[in-house]
Design a protein around this ligand. Structure first.
Ligand SMILES: NC(=O)c1ccc[n+]([C@@H]2O[C@H](COP(=O)([O-])OP(=O)(O)OC[C@H]3O[C@@H](n4cnc5c(N)ncnc54)[C@H](OP(=O)(O)O)[C@@H]3O)[C@@H](O)[C@H]2O)c1
Length: 263
């Protein structure tokens, strides 16, 4: 049966490739981006009829508007792929004093998921883009009191989304499924070309695993798990994600920062 799938950050890279694949296979894809021209180009690429939503996920007001806009047009969402992400960026801090990596890669998808959960039933799937790069989260960095390098901020934000994926999954034992996925390392996106200066591997590797995570039976009972597409299997994430006390602290700081951020 046709699924309705929202893919954040589907104007480029893995998200765009996954949108093309899923749409060509007959799924209903909702595109999202922060840049109107790139969003229009992505819509054209998919045939012109695809819905596109604009939101800058470094702004919580935009996240709220995105959720409202999707809910205004749809009673039910089958799959949410929290794909949008940032590594290197010219301006690392938001006007609220938060690191953009934590905002876009961890906090915005958390809030978007919370806002869209009422549209999802127990058969739904939430797929969160993690990474092989995961590093222990400095709680003060999440709240903007400590500055990090690009790599530290990125890797910590990716452990943080992996942690909240497990924690949210534990709260919803009957579903929807929540999984964290490393799509494969050094895939040929602009993030990788600009961030690491390498050409990178086929983006189709990432699109393929996102499609499987969204639709295949192998992920139907995988809630709370981490899929590592470098090894091609479910695997343990960073040890901190398996540590209840560390996970609890990360969840607390996520909730606190979101509570303090204007929406
Ligand atoms: N490529 C890899 O090897 C790799 C490995 C592990 C994990 N990942 C993860 O995979 C996901 C996709 O990354 P990618 O490699 O495909 O990178 P990409 O080509 O740079 O695509 C990132 C997408 O996120 C969007 N985005 C970035 N900041 C945003 C913001 N503030 N608001 C709204 N949208 C925003 C981008 O929009 P624009 O088009 O406007 O820039 C783009 O659509 C990320 O979460 C990344 O961390 C990638």
């Amino acid at each position: 049966m046709k699924k309705l799938i929202l893919i954040t950050g589907s104007t480029d890279g893995i998200g765009l490739e996954a949108a093309r694949k899923l749409s060509s296979e007959g799924q209903d894809v909702l595109l999202h981006g922060r840049n109107r021209d790139k969003l229009d180009a992505a819509r054209q690429m998919l045939g012109g009829n695809t819905e596109g939503y604009i939101a800058d996920l470094s702004k919580m007001t935009d996240v709220e508007e995105l959720a409202n806009a999707v809910a205004a047009r749809h009673d039910k969402l089958d799959v949410l792929i929290n794909n949008a992400g940032v590594f290197k960026t010219p301006v690392a801090m938001t006007p609220e004093g938060l690191d953009v990596r934590f905002v876009v890669n961890t906090l915005a998808p958390y809030m978007l998921t919370q806002r869209l959960l009422p549209l999802m039933d127990t058969s739904g799937r939430i797929i969160n883009l993690s990474s092989a790069a995961q590093a222990s989260v400095n709680l003060q960095a999440v709240s903007g009191q400590v500055r990090l390098s690009d790599m530290e901020a990125y890797a910590q934000s990716k452990l943080a989304i992996t942690i909240w994926s497990r924690e949210l999954a534990a709260k919803m034992p009957s579903g929807p499924v929540v999984v964290a996925v490393n799509p494969g390392s050094l895939l040929a996106s602009k993030m990788v070309k600009e961030g690491f200066g390498v050409a990178g591997n086929d983006l189709g590797i990432g699109a393929e695993i996102l499609s499987r995570a969204a639709l295949s039976d192998e992920f139907a009972a995988a809630s709370g798990r981490y899929f590592d597409n470098d090894s091609g299997q479910f695997a343990d994430p960073h040890p901190d994600a398996l540590d209840p006390e560390k996970s609890r602290k990360v969840m607390s700081v996520i909730e606190e920062v979101l509570a303090d951020t204007p929406k």
